[in-house]
Write a new protein. Structure first.
Length: 180
């Protein structure tokens, strides 16, 4: 019994020392140009996915999908998201190319994230990824409009998208959020 306990204590101490060494000796590469090994990627992605699922639970979804919501959501997307989340038919910007993790194609995200999860992510962001939280500058109604637009993306053809893009005028207020 005594050996078991001392082994446990020594293991715990060694793990703590190793953890501190990773922190203080700069062993972990924080650059974006170095691709994470599969295991690190899996740990980070799984942690993030489960955190979002848990926090999105119980968020009530208002009626979505009106033409006005979709248009307003598109306007926000074009002004604030398109530089990182490459829109249909466009090439990634230099900013999008430099992100790690990459900013995903929102049409793909719309297929496997619930509306509450999309809402939570847009409102709060994902730390240490480049994904900003927009809840400090935008109210819930505006964020649901962005969700509305994203939910349409999987069904939208390139032509539909280009049509919307030409039809919705650029607005001076684009991306400025609500007045405080
Ligand atoms: C500066 C770059 C940047 C901008 C601007 C940006 N995003 Fe992101 N976004 C990211 C990155 C990077 C990720 C991937 C995070 C990850 O893999 O954990 C992401 C992830 C997401 C996700 C998916 C989250 C998940 O769990 O898979 C959604 C939805 C999203 N962003 C929506 C938006 C919306 C809507 C806007 C505009 C209002 C926006 N983003 C603006 C960089 C950005």
């Amino acid at each position: 019994m005594k050996t078991v306990i001392s082994t446990l204590i020594v293991t715990a101490l060694l793990s703590a020392v190793l953890g501190l060494m990773v922190m203080f000796f700069g062993w972990f590469n924080v650059s974006t140009t170095w691709k994470d090994p599969a295991l690190v990627h899996w740990i980070l992605a799984t942690t993030s996915e489960n955190s979002i699922k848990r926090r999105a639970e119980g968020i009530e979804v208002p009626p979505l999908g009106s033409e006005e919501q979709i248009r307003n959501g598109f306007r926000s997307f074009r002004a604030m998201c398109a530089g990182c989340h490459t829109p249909p038919g466009e090439d990634p910007t230099p900013m999008a190319q430099g992100l790690n993790p990459e900013a995903p194609d929102l049409a793909e995200e719309a297929k496997h994230m619930s509306p509450s999860e999309l809402f939570w992510v847009i409102k709060h962001g994902i730390r240490m990824t480049g994904m900003p939280g927009w809840g400090l500058s935008h109210n819930d109604e505006q964020i649901w409009e962005m969700v509305s637009f994203i939910l349409e993306l999987p069904e939208m053809s390139l032509l539909d998208y280009l049509f919307l893009n030409s039809e919705v005028p650029l607005d001076e207020d684009d991306g400025h959020g609500h007045e405080h």
